[in-house]
Design a protein. Structure first.
Lengths: 274, 265
């Protein structure tokens, strides 16, 4: 039992070191850093612009008001942004595999995933969470909810759960690089696409998209399901009460799957041979 | 005349060929565009579902068609930002480009156009076809519309190439243009109709965007496709913006080349 725990604390210590180094080097170029931070902030406002534009023509979408949709967007996207800043550097695996530099990761006495997260960590990605955070705080006052500790807890669970499932998605899609190079755009459909889809009430989708969001990549269970309960919003799909409460737990199998696929990919890795 | 045009044709052709070698990336891009088309089309259908009437001159079928044409045009217009020229400024490779006995702006225009032509064929058509299999889409009923649409897309791509060139040339003054390019992407995505059809943006802002340069990249060609706008009338604003942006490129380029210092030269 002591061994995996030791490995974990070893990894944690190393990631901490790597991240500290990365942040220090990033902050050497302050203007560049703040420009990028600002740019990341601006890019995420696009989704808000789209939602607000659409709601200038209707009072509700699928029975959800503008404030409710914005709140859903914010919960899901804060989660996405958390995953983005902490885990999305794993997307560079494709490049490392192609160049053969992944050898370096394999040779060092620490977890490969932990190393990937540390080597390419970028603090400036934090910019992505600013817009959804502001929207979250502002709309929380306009959704007509009496904020009890239980409701706040469920919202936090939805955010953490979204973050973990998107983190798992980043790892799973990046692991594919061990088998097929240049899969970045397909990965985007899963990560960014799921984020966009999770920003709207799931019942506006039908067919395979709805199935997808509730089943294979259940991002809807992370945020949409608990928010039905919290916001008292219309529930045309009739998601049962237990699912609204337990939905945020759906990340658990995904973390396990991400771990499994990453390890499988590591085993499949062959160096470039040079 | 032909001998003078030959290098540009060669640049366009080889850029088309280069783009066509990224087969995996093309398939992946089509997949992503199609998925996003489905997501956005579903949202728009829900919007029309609770509204029950057209938004401006856009009914639900037109709006869904709009979405799928727009997804196909994203890569044609380089909607997520072109960075190559700025990268060449940073590394200094731009000196080679400026040496060439051709017009810098037309040279890069040809390269971007070659890429755009490949994107139009390989990434523009498939998402639309898949969308048409699932949703009810509106096809032009006049054969001539197809032709005017292609011309409008071509003009849009030319305006887009001027726009990205202009943004990239800022690298001569800024060390790091990534922030600026991201900003340029947001403005262009919002102003062009790629984000939402401009019919959804009300008031003065909507009005300004409809006559602005970005509408030439998506909104106007798509309105031609939907037969909301006849071809030649749609080309006029595109031509005006093309001339205006090309003039701006020339001015910026004149200032930029004075700043070039070639190492060891």
């Amino acid at each position: 039992m002591a061994e995996p725990l030791d490995a974990l604390s070893n990894d944690a210590r190393m990631v901490r070191h790597l991240i500290r180094g990365r942040v220090r080097s990033e902050l050497q170029y302050r203007v560049s850093f703040s420009l990028f931070l600002f740019a990341q902030m601006v890019v995420t406002t696009m989704d808000v612009i789209a939602i607000v534009a659409v709601f200038s023509k209707v009072r509700s979408i699928g029975g959800w008001s503008r404030e409710q949709v914005l709140f859903l967007y914010a919960v899901s996207t804060v989660g996405f942004a958390l995953a983005d800043v902490t885990v999305s550097s794993v997307e560079l695996t494709a490049q490392w595999v192609r160049l053969g530099t992944f050898d370096r990761v394999m040779l060092r006495p620490a977890g490969t995933l932990a190393q990937m997260l540390g080597y390419e960590f970028e603090l400036r990605r934090v910019g992505r969470s600013v817009t959804p955070l502001v929207v979250l705080i502002v709309t929380a006052r306009f959704v007509h909810v009496a904020w009890t500790p239980a409701r706040v807890g469920l919202v936090l669970a939805a955010i953490v759960s979204s973050a973990l499932i998107f983190a798992a998605l980043f790892v799973i899609t990046s692991s594919l690089a061990f088998w097929i190079p240049s899969t970045q755009e397909v990965a985007n459909a899963f990560t960014y696409g799921s984020n966009t889809a999770a920003s709207y009430p799931t019942h506006v989708f039908d067919g395979w998209l709805r199935f997808w969001l509730l089943g294979p990549v259940p991002v809807a269970l992370c945020a949409y399901a608990p928010l039905i309960r919290v916001l008292g919003a219309p529930n045309p799909l009739g998601l049962p009460m237990w699912l609204q409460l337990a939905g945020p737990l759906c990340f658990v199998p995904f973390i396990a799957l991400a771990r499994f696929v990453w390890r499988l990919g590591n085993r499949h890795y062959r160096s470039t041979g040079s | 005349m032909w001998t003078r045009l030959r290098p540009y044709a060669a640049a366009a052709r080889s850029s088309f060929r280069r783009q066509s070698t990224y087969r995996g990336a093309t398939v992946a891009g089509v997949f992503t565009n199609t998925v996003f088309g489905f997501i956005l089309a579903s949202v728009l259908r829900a919007v029309y579902g609770s509204r029950g009437s057209a938004v401006g001159n856009l009914d639900v079928t037109s709006a869904v068609t709009f979405t799928f044409v727009a997804q196909g045009l994203l890569s044609v217009m380089g909607a997520f930002g072109e960075r190559e020229v700025a990268e060449r400024v940073r590394t200094g490779d731009i000196a080679t480009d400026l040496y060439r006995p051709v017009s810098f702006s037309a040279w890069w225009g040809s390269i971007m156009l070659g890429r755009a032509s490949f994107s139009f064929l390989a990434r523009g058509i498939p998402p639309f076809v898949v969308g048409a299999l699932v949703f009810h889409l509106r096809l032009p009923d006049r054969p001539l519309t197809w032709l005017t649409f292609v011309v409008a897309v071509l003009l849009g791509a030319l305006v887009a190439s001027r726009y990205w060139l202009l943004v990239n040339l800022c690298a001569f003054w800024l060390l790091d243009v990534r922030g600026l390019i991201n900003l340029a992407v947001v403005v262009e995505m919002t102003g062009s109709g790629f984000l939402v059809p401009l019919q959804f943006i009300t008031g003065t802002l909507g009005h300004l965007l409809r006559v602005g340069p970005f509408a030439t990249m998506a909104q106007q060609p798509i309105e031609v496709f939907l037969q909301l706008r006849s071809g030649p009338a749609a080309w006029m604003p595109q031509l005006v913006w093309l001339v205006a942006l090309e003039a701006a490129v020339q001015v910026v380029l004149a200032g930029a080349t004075r700043r070039v210092v070639v190492q060891g030269g």
